[in-house]
Design a binder for this molecule. Structure first.
Ligand code: M6R
Length: 610
């Protein structure tokens, strides 16, 4: 996820771009840059690090001109650096491009362009676009952009400027957001509404497969095939704070709703066109190394650890390699048995968690290959790991992790399928079957998010209780742990997660009349056993709510007080669905209790101390 702005008109272009980027820094902030059409031609300034670094470069050499594009980056292809920052240009330096998204076939396109004599200076997929536009240019920038994107697959929002036609700014949207702001004698583009609110409240929202051509006095909207379209102009009445949260009351709620997109983005480019195979071109781990793996350690903290519990179990199930799980703060101190045939998977949203980083170093010192699953490509963990699978969830602002957790699950599923294929532990048909079910997940989560009233009502009900329990078996137990952490973290209600069958070994003593118990019942192989455990709770007066599939709700209601239906999926994928109502439960309980949802007490987003 990156932020794009663009401007054409009579104001000081540089400051419009910088002010817009400030509002988009939440989308990524590992580097930033702007390109401005100046009297001396197209000029680009960019810098690694926060926007302030770019601002100080521009202080000594401002870019003065009448049109420009800007970008704040959240690295996906290529580490954060000056050269990988946007805008990118072509060899003639007459074209300039900012991009949000991923060009899936960029390696293919890059090879083709290199064979035609184009040279690349960055590691990004975006540079391919600037060369393509330059190659296709024949006196008409709109046609050149259309031809360029006809070669591209993937997700992209683009801003394109050329010195040859300085009176035009071209914008494209294909599966990455982009809006057009309308002014008097000036027009704007932006990844999001907050970037434009200082200047205009009139916007057009582009749909996928659409583009816009802006001059200071006009905006033409068309499909990427060039068919003109008309669109109703929207008048935005959000205040600025609401706008930054995309219209949601809190970042956490926004991030819960961003999960379908995070699933799609994390899968994008990692499933081949036939849908029968996972591809992981980013991995250095060779097939031979994969075949030699003797054991796997999954190490992480908090929510990332909970994602690891699910992911490691799925690997064990599909690939039949023994997996051990550790919270990172314990790992070094138990003298784990690490050999060069051990694969250590560290999981971290921020990539900066001190305990996880220390565990990574311990593993490497003992000769292990370390694979990091992280959301921040330029982070310490990403830099130090031997291999990285990036989760493409976009920056997570709320302290309570939601979309990072679920995109970590997706990364694990993909990696497990990749290992299963290389080691031949699952048939091609079985892998294709799981991939198809994964591809259905985003829509299934969207359908759940469309109606959250009953979970909200239940959250209000449980917010009056001081204690509650989450129970489940197998992967349901792993999700129960995440549900319990989420609730504690932001509602401050005490809760415990228990393996359903373990309750009777002591904790059942705490169940008395009216104690809420949330039972996850998605693992059909152990469903009957979970129902028996639910009955043990009911017999002691517990008030049980079950999360299960629609087809089991009627039966379940014979044993529980309430049941919520979730969309049906494969047992191993159920956590990517069942966790969502638990996130909402925590959110609405916190809200009912009047707490600061996004910034809970005593906690920090990134824990950089051991
Ligand atoms: O950045 P990381 O994923 O390494 O952070 C690990 C934990 O601190 C984090 O997941 C924490 O548990 C969450 N804030 C919980 O929502």
């Amino acid at each position: 996820m990156c932020g794009i702005v663009g401007y054409i008109g009579k104001r000081d272009t540089q400051s419009v771009l910088i002010e817009g980027l400030k509002k988009l820094e939440y989308r990524g902030y590992d580097s930033a840059g702007i390109a401005v059409y100046t009297p001396e031609g197209l000029k680009i300034t960019k810098s690694i690090g926060r926007l302030a670094n770019l601002e100080s470069k521009l202080e000594s050499a401002p870019l003065v001109g009448s049109a420009g594009i800007g970008h704040t980056r959240w690295a996906t292809h290529g580490k954060p650096s000056d050269v990988n920052s946007h805008p990118h240009t072509d060899r003639t330096q007459k074209f300039s491009v900012v991009h949000n998204g991923i060009v899936e076939n960029y390696l293919e396109l890059k090879d083709e362009l290199i064979s035609q004599g184009y040279t690349f200076v960055s590691e990004t997929d975006t540079e391919v676009i600037s060369h393509l536009v330059a190659r296709e240019y024949d006196g008409d920038i709109v046609k050149a952009v259309q031809k360029a994107i006809s070669h591209m697959r993937g997700a992209f929002a683009l801003g394109v400027l050329t010195e040859y036609e300085p009176n035009k700014l071209v914008a494209v949207r294909q599966a990455s957001p982009l809006i057009i702001g309308i002014g008097e004698g000036e027009n704007f583009i932006g990844s999001d509404i907050p970037a434009l609110l200082n200047y205009t409240r009139k916007v057009y929202i582009l749909n996928d497969g659409e583009m816009a051509v802006l001059t200071p006095d006009s905006v033409e909207l068309m499909t990427i095939e060039g068919n003109f379209i008309s669109r109703e102009m929207i008048n935005v009445d959000w205040d600025e704070v609401t706008a930054e949260k995309g219209g949601f009351d809190h970042f956490m709620l926004k991030e819960i709703h961003e999960q379908p997109k995070a699933y799609r983005d994390t899968m994008r480019g990692r499933i081949d066109e036939t849908g029968r195979k996972v591809i992981m071109p980013e991995l250095k781990l060779t097939p031979e190394q994969i075949r030699n793996i003797r054991n796997i350690h999954v190490v992480a903290c908090g929510t990332a650890y909970h994602a690891g519990l699910v992911g490691g179990s799925v690997i064990e199930q599909l690939v039949r390699i023994p997996v051990a799980f550790d919270v990172a703060s314990e790992y070094r101190y138990r003298s784990p048995l690490i050999t060069p045939e051990t694969l250590v998977i560290v999981v971290s949203q921020s990539g900066e968690t001190a305990d996880t980083l220390a565990a990574l170093r311990e593993a490497q010192a003992n000769g292990a290959h370390v694979l990091a699953i992280t959301n921040v490509v330029g982070s310490s963990i990403a830099r130090d790991a031997n291999d990285v699978i990036a989760t493409l969830a976009g920056p997570e602002i709320a302290v309570a992790s939601t979309k990072a957790y679920t995109s970590q699950l997706i990364a694990f599923y993909l990696f497990a399928l990749y290992l299963a294929e290389v080691r031949g532990t699952q048939s091609e048909a079985e892998i294709a079957h799981i991939i198809a079910a994964m591809q259905a997940l985003p829509e299934q989560v969207e359908s759940m998010l469309a109606n959250t009233d009953s979970i909200k009502a239940y959250a209000e009900q449980i917010s009056k209780h001081p204690n509650l329990f989450f129970i489940g078996r197998g992967l349901d137990y792993a999700v129960a742990q995440e549900g319990s952490l989420k609730l504690k973290e932001i509602s401050y209600i005490h809760s415990e997660a228990y393996a359903a069958g373990e309750l009777k070994h002591g904790t059942l003593a705490l169940i008395e009349e009216g104690v809420p118990v949330i039972a996850l019942v998605t693992q059909e192989a152990v469903m009957e056993k979970t129902v028996s455990n639910i009955k043990e709770v009911k017999a002691r007066g517990g008030d049980v709510m079950a999360l299960t599939y629609e087809e089991h709700v009627a039966d379940m209601l014979k044993s529980v007080d309430q049941a919520f239906a979730i969309p049906k999926t494969l047992p191993m994928l159920a956590p990517a669905i069942s966790v969502v109502p638990l996130q909402l439960l925590a959110y609405y309980a916190s809200l009912a209790l009047g707490h600061d949802v996004d910034k809970p007490r005593n906690l920090a987003k990134s824990v950089t101390v051991e």
